[in-house]
Design a protein around this ligand. Structure first.
Ligand SMILES: Cc1cc2nc3c(=O)[nH]c(=O)nc-3n(C[C@H](O)[C@H](O)[C@H](O)COP(=O)(O)O)c2cc1C
Length: 246
């Protein structure tokens, strides 16, 4: 197996970082891994905001609901859906942008942002660094918009904390692979058994690492998904000029 595959198969989120900066050359190489990634229609509707200032990182940690690893990591990257940039292109072409007023537009931006996030993670980990993606910035997106001075038609969709690893994390088991990889057609017949098996696997995993507070997958997912857990997303996105029409 090649080194890239080995690295990707060993993914785990890191939430403990050393008090050590990332060299400018390494950081630039990581940023370029996202910059050079693909985007839908080559629209390049993604931007990154790099936060290294300690006070700002502490503010982001609070906005994200009190996540100390954001303040601890030397670098925080915010991945931004960016239809402000494309709007300038349309203005130059004498047209009015409509895409950001549709679910399709938000889907396009979110997919491209996800690709950027994945590239950043793989690049950072290949440089020996630890990473944790952060969706918690959507808890109070307006506060992130204000802090980072994001213009209209942009939205901070996710972030990434990265730095030198202090304490490594164990590999978290996943649902059985057969519930993830479907050959030719979606296989729903055995899903309940897969969930039962995974609940057991995860209970054993939490026990093996001494986490009494660890929940089984069905309970944890239910706790989060029984409500819209970041309800400020839609109103904030609409205040930024997005709409969610057909
Ligand atoms: C888009 C996205 C957002 C996430 N947001 C957070 C977050 O706000 N805080 C956090 O500690 N972990 C966050 N995570 C990490 C997940 O909790 C983690 O990936 C998952 O539990 C699996 O564990 P692993 O990454 O160690 O394999 C996020 C992951 C993704 C992909």
């Amino acid at each position: 197996m090649n080194d890239t595959l080995k690295l990707m198969h060993q993914h785990r989120s890191i939430r403990s970082f050393q008090d050590q900066t990332i060299s400018a050359a390494t950081l630039d190489a990581i940023l370029d891994a996202a910059y050079k990634g693909p985007t839908s229609i080559n629209g390049q509707q993604v931007s990154l905001v790099v936060t290294q200032d300690a006070a700002r990182r502490a503010q982001i940690a609070e906005i994200a609901g009190g996540q100390p690893w954001i303040a601890q990591a030397p670098v925080f990257l915010t991945v931004v859906i960016d239809f402000y940039k494309t709007e300038q292109a349309l203005a130059k072409a004498g047209k009015t942008q409509l895409i950001h007023e549709s679910v399709e537009g938000f889907a396009v931006g979110a997919v491209d942002a996800g690709i950027a996030l994945g590239n950043l993670m793989t690049a950072a980990r290949s440089a020996g660094l630890g990473v944790v993606p952060i969706g918690g910035i959507r808890r109070h997106p307006q506060a992130i918009i204000d802090l980072l001075q994001l213009p209209a038609k942009t939205f901070p969709i996710a972030g990434l904390a990265l730095g030198h690893i202090q304490h490594d994390s164990p590999l978290k088991p996943r649902l059985p692979r057969a519930s993830f990889v479907h050959h030719e057609q979606y296989q729903s017949a055995d899903l309940r058994q897969h969930i039962d098996a995974y609940d057991e696997t995860l209970a054993q995993f939490w026990q093996s690492i001494g986490r009494d507070d660890g929940k089984i997958w069905s309970e944890n997912t239910a706790q989060v998904y029984q409500s819209i857990y970041f309800p400020e997303v839609a109103p904030t996105a609409m205040a930024q000029g997005f709409k969610f029409s057909a």
